[in-house]
Design a protein around this ligand. Structure first.
Ligand code: SAM
Length: 313
């Protein structure tokens, strides 16, 4: 601490070159450069521990439950009987933790390209993974998620895609393209559903709308949604896509019933009422989605303007 009691070190979360949100750092817990990315774990004064990959904040200890319940629960509650699930990415384990809460799930694969993220999360982020890596239903695979999807002989009821944002130099950028989503569609069982982390709805709304439009070019039914995450200070975007099911054809009561029947433990964020809020997007977001025409292709991947990166333009 400085003499005036203000913290001396700050985490800079870049929303753009002209807007930075600062979090006071209590302590650096871990730092290394893996084969794929720079990994940092910091303890922040307001939101607790935080995972950062290549300068991009992933999630904070005190409100990661919002981000992770929002990415997993709408899809697993909507599916009539989710038995086999894949998580692409999700290295710190919170997405897998949410999937394994469902007692119908008999097998869950988590495919992350970077074993180092999982290794340091196991040691330094126990409240994120809550021991889920040791669940006998879990299989952890260290491989590029795209290769896994293209080569696997398995089919899944739900595939949750929780990877880092699509910068061209990042290991994730080939997992936001039309070609990838086509391969994913081929790995789904007949009632299959995907749930995708789809970047922020503001200021990088272009990324969100391109991702949703690209999924829309492949899947018959596409439902963008969003959750407000306090530590991000913004509405975070997701996209759910199905072969036929719709999140608008399930009542609040049915959601609450499925949650109580299917889930071990208590949810803190998701229920029937929250479900309605997730899928009720503000008008400017709906307009941006309907006006988007760009489809992200392997030979022309878009470069994201996203929060967290000092070179965002
Ligand atoms: N659940 C997270 C959170 O806390 O916000 C979301 C981010 S999770 C840490 C993102 C993971 O995606 C990282 O662990 C990264 O290694 C992984 N990843 C990036 N590119 C990948 C790829 N091509 N295949 C599989 N995993 C990938």
């Amino acid at each position: 601490m400085q003499e005036n009691n203000l913290p001396m070190r700050w985490l800079y979360d870049y929303f753009s070159p002209y807007e930075i949100h600062k979090h006071a750092i209590k302590k650096t817990i871990y730092q290394c450069n893996s084969k794929f990315q720079e990994i940092e774990i910091l303890d922040t004064a307001t939101y607790g521990r935080c995972l950062i990959l290549d300068n991009e904040v992933q999630s904070f200890e005190t409100d990661e439950f919002i981000y992770h319940e929002a990415i997993v629960n709408p899809a697993l509650v909507l599916h009539p009987n989710p038995v086999k699930v894949a998580v692409i990415g999700g290295g710190e384990g919170s997405t897998l933790r949410e999937v394994l809460r469902f007692n119908s799930v008999k097998s869950a694969y988590m495919i992350d390209i970077d074993a180092k993220v999982v290794e340091c999360a196991k040691e330094h982020l126990p409240t994120f993974h809550e021991g889920c890596f040791n669940d006998s239903r879990a299989t952890i695979v260290y491989e590029d998620g795209r290769k896994f999807i293209e080569n696997s002989k398995e089919n899944f009821d739900v595939i949750v895609i929780d990877i880092t944002c699509p910068r061209v130099e990042s290991p994730a950028h080939k997992l936001f393209t039309k070609e990838f989503y086509l391969a994913v569609l081929n790995k789904l069982t007949p009632n299959g559903i995907i749930a995708v982390q789809a970047s922020t709805t503001f200021p990088a709304i272009n990324s969100f709308s391109i991702i949703c439009n690209t999924i829309n070019s492949v899947f018959p039914n596409v439902f963008p949604y969003a959750a407000y995450v306090p530590s991000f200070s913004m509405l975070w975007g997701y996209c759910l896509a199905t072969r036929g099911l719709s999140p608008f054809n399930i009542s609040n009561d049915d959601i609450d019933k499925r949650v109580s029947e299917r889930i071990t433990g208590k949810l803190r964020y998701y229920d029937g009422i929250t479900h309605q809020a997730l899928f009720s997007l503000p008008k400017y977001v709906r307009n941006a989605l309907s006006e988007q025409t760009e489809i992200n292709m392997d030979n022309k991947p878009f470069v994201e303007m996203y929060p967290g990166h000092p070179n965002s333009t």
